[in-house]
Design a protein around this ligand. Structure first.
Ligand code: UD1
Length: 419
């Protein structure tokens, strides 16, 4: 089993660049199912979640070729919409194939995604929305089985702006008959990017970047070449690593405008932020102030995917902080690991956390049990003087190309060892 070893306790100083967006690229890969011909995606992150998604597409009959960060997908040869259990189980984002497969084949069958370490993850919003478009779902607790005689445009209002449901409706609507209007749509940058990608392929989507999207169905999409945007959560991770160690870091190729909520928090903590061409320079030497209250929220609010990392940083703030997690129901799993390091935190219910800053964290043997929680433990270890070990690296590799390489560029003493 691989293990990350970190000698923490020193301020970071250095420069690292941000990889392509995981969530942005994954959904584009599912969207290629709608295109008969070669789609070229540049700047795809080289992470294990992408490998799983390519495996899934290949199992459906698509051709996938990858050269470094460029991926060429040809879905002309897709011959089934029955998704194999192995890849579906490995990755929650397989559910993003619902809309594209219904659009392309008129049917889909896949294992129902179960809950995961961050809480229950139902797909009821996806199902209700797609039902409005003429899809029939069979009642089955274990599998999602759905079919349609033809997708029809509809007026749909989501009860909650789910990222995945918004993406599925968009991908179902582009080839549907008539116009779909989606109210209360999610506005995350990954959705804006998906809309631009689909429009470049011939779709007719308006309202991009707002919570009301209108899609006029077209007969077919054509092949495109597209560059995936940088990963805002990875950029946030490296900024928070800088803040945690009260260092000075430059994060290159950062999607600056997508990071406003995080940069506001960092400034309130006492950090200074400067922009250079496509780079953020964070001087966190004085970033010791606590955050009295912060809630995670849908975009442009503070992203749930950065919550665990901010929690780790705040364990050493000069005072007490409070965080409310409003998106997922069980996203405080790292608390026990942080307590092993001497952090003082209290979960008030599954949704609220109080963090009383301590002057020092101690090194420890830690275990990651999910992706972003794993990155948060890496950040905690960077703060603790001495050597910490983190197991469960496979979770971290799902979303980071090489977190150790990037942290070394930022001046950290970190390496991954095979044991
Ligand atoms: C996506 C991101 C994930 C991010 C999340 C919120 C991908 C691959 N993943 O996940 O990294 O943390 O957005 O920004 O892009 N819900 C329901 N019923 C549904 C759908 C969702 O109750 O049918 C609930 C979920 O359980 C969760 C909340 O809504 O509590 C948010 O989910 P959603 O916005 O759909 O997130 P994902 O698309 O799963």
């Amino acid at each position: 089993m691989d293990c990350i070893h970190i000698h923490g306790g020193k301020p970071l100083e250095g420069e690292a660049a941000v990889q392509g967006s995981k969530n942005g690229a994954l959904v584009l890969v599912t969207a290629t199912v709608l295109i008969k011909g070669q789609t070229v995606l540049h700047n795809c992150p080289q992470i294990t979640d992408m490998d799983e998604m390519f495996g899934l597409l290949k199992a459906l009959g698509c051709q996938v070729k990858r050269e470094a960060s460029t991926v060429i997908i040809d879905a002309s040869s897709l011959h089934t919409s029955d998704c194999p259990a192995k890849q579906v189980r490995a990755m929650r984002s397989s559910v993003m194939l619902l809309g594209p497969l219904l659009g392309r084949c008129g049917s889909v069958s896949m294992e129902r995604p179960g809950g995961c370490m961050i809480g229950k993850r139902p797909v009821d919003i996806h199902e209700t929305a797609l039902t409005c478009m003429g899809v029939r779902f069979q009642k089955d607790e274990k599998r999602i089985r759905a079919e349609t005689e033809g997708l029809k445009g509809a007026e749909i209002c989501l009860p909650f702006p789910s990222v995945g449901a918004t993406e599925n409706v968009l991908m179902a609507a582009v080839l549907a008959e008539g116009t779909t209007t989606l109210y209360n749509a999610a506005q995350e940058p990954e959705i804006t990017q998906l809309c631009h990608f689909l429009n470049e392929a011939g779709a007719k989507i308006t309202g991009i970047g707002t919570n009301c999207l209108m899609v006029r169905g077209v007969g077919k999409l054509h092949p495109v070449t597209f560059t995936v945007m940088p990963d805002r959560i990875v950029a946030g991770t490296y900024l928070l690593a800088g803040a945690a160690t009260r260092g000075i870091v430059t994060v290159k190729n950062a999607p600056v405008r997508q990071l406003t909520s995080l940069l506001d928090v960092l400034r309130k903590m006492g950090a200074m932020v400067r922009y250079e061409e496509n780079a953020i320079v964070l001087d966190a030497v004085r970033a010791g102030k606590p955050v009295p209250y912060l809630r995670t929220a849908v975009y442009p609010g503070f992203p749930t995917d950065l919550q665990s990392m901010l929690t780790a940083v705040l364990t050493r703030a000069e005072g007490s902080s409070a965080i409310e997690e409003t998106i997922f129901e069980d996203r405080f799993k790292i608390v026990r690991e942080l307590q092993k390091m001497g952090a003082d935190l209290k979960v008030e219910n599954n949704r609220k956390l109080r963090i009383y800053g301590v002057s020092k964290l101690y090194p420890a043997r830690l275990t990651a049990c999910e992706l972003r929680g794993g990155a948060a433990l890496v950040i905690a270890a960077l703060m603790a003087e001495g050597e910490s070990e983190i197991r469960g690296c496979d979770y971290i590799r799902r979303g980071y190309e090489d977190i150790c390489r990037d942290l070394r560029l930022l001046g950290a003493d970190v390496e991954e060892k095979r044991e």
